[in-house]
Design a protein around this ligand. Structure first.
Ligand code: FO1
Length: 321
């Protein structure tokens, strides 16, 4: 763990698995509390009476070292006796809640029911799991991503888990967005004069990052921030590292390319990070007025996560300097 001497907050906007990997890399650079991970809550839902926050969970388990490395979500060394019994009783068993994972959902549901907000319960849980970085939900208000498909509208987890992302996507609605207020620490950090970097992690641009960017005032605050905004492409050589991003792009009539992701974020960005496999798109990125950085963005090992995090911060430093 090589500590970086530079001071100032680093904000990472994150969805689930891909975003959490880069957040872990950043957290291992000795940033401590200067790292603020802002997680999407559009994937959240109420299931079997529990408040489930998949992206917050994935970030929490990843940063605490408890995550299932293979699946990317949920806990390692998990048991499935609850799910077996649920299935036996005819309960909704399409969404897998492991025996160990259940404790988090029960604790959070109880805290929310007795008046805590999501920020406060997330703070308690992340502290108890020994996470140094600050992890916050993008908002304490309910925002729910609805996926519009050729066969009708689906709540996000029904689209993603139950229907395995098979329906053809025609658009998205972020229900509750009009009245949702961005999380206060997030907004305060965006206004800090010594803010060091704003990193859009390689999460799905449409359903993980856009919900964060679409919150009232967030795009303006990003544009007005002192720090550069740098996005890492979730698309490498036309494929999503994980999840349905490339499939969604094709269905929405866009090319499934890193360049199309850069175009999607547009003038919000100062820099865009592409994988070596997409070197041919660097000129297109530059033509958008963004500085490209070509490096290894595929994070297989822990070292890959740290290296990418280090490079992204150095890139942001160059952009600022
Ligand atoms: N993803 C799956 O593909 N299948 C599941 O059964 C599943 C259960 C689950 C339970 C708790 C949790 O926090 C996350 C879970 N996820 C599951 C992951 C999650 O739904 C998705 O990865 C995200 O919503 C997309 O970022």
């Amino acid at each position: 763990m090589a500590p970086l001497m530079e001071q100032g907050t680093v904000i990472a906007l994150s969805g689930g698995v891909g975003g959490a990997k880069l957040a872990l890399g950043l957290s291992r650079l000795g940033l401590g509390k200067a790292l603020l991970v802002v997680a999407n809550v559009g994937d959240d839902f109420e299931h079997l009476g529990l408040s489930i926050c998949p992206d917050l969970d994935t970030v929490t388990y990843t940063l605490s070292g408890l995550s299932d490395r293979e699946k990317g979500w949920g806990r390692a060394d998990e048991g499935w006796r609850f799910m077996d019994s649920l299935g036996q009783l005819g309960g909704a068993d399409w969404f897998n809640l492991g025996d160990r994972d259940l404790a988090l959902h029960v604790l959070r549901t109880e805290a929310l029911r007795t008046g805590d907000n999501l920020t406060s319960v997330t703070r308690t849980i992340t502290h108890r799991l020994g996470i140094e970085a600050r992890v916050v939900p993008m908002t304490d208000d309910p925002v729910r991503t609805m996926v519009q498909t050729a066969s009708g509208e689906l709540a996000f987890q029904h689209y993603f888990v139950r229907d395995r992302c098979e329906p053809i996507v025609t658009g998205f609605e972020f229900r509750g967005m009009a009245t949702a207020r961005p999380q206060p620490d997030f907004m305060a950090a965006l206004g800090e004069p010594d803010l060091r970097a704003i990193v859009i992690t390689p999460s799905n641009p449409f359903v993980s990052v856009d919900p964060i960017l679409n919150l009232a005032g967030v795009r303006d605050a990003l544009r007005g921030a002192w720090a550069p905004v740098v996005a890492v492409s979730p698309i490498v050589a036309g494929l999503a590292i994980k999840g349905p991003a490339a499939k969604m792009m094709a269905e929405l009539g866009m090319p499934s390319t890193a360049l199309a992701v850069a175009e999607h974020y547009g003038d919000l960005l100062d820099g865009f990070v592409l994988d070596h496999g997409d070197q041919d798109q660097a000129d297109g990125v530059a033509a958008l007025g963004l500085k490209p950085l070509i490096t290894k963005t595929v994070m297989e090992s822990l070292e890959d996560r740290e290296n990418l995090a280090r490079e992204v911060l150095a890139f942001a430093g160059d952009l600022r300097g």
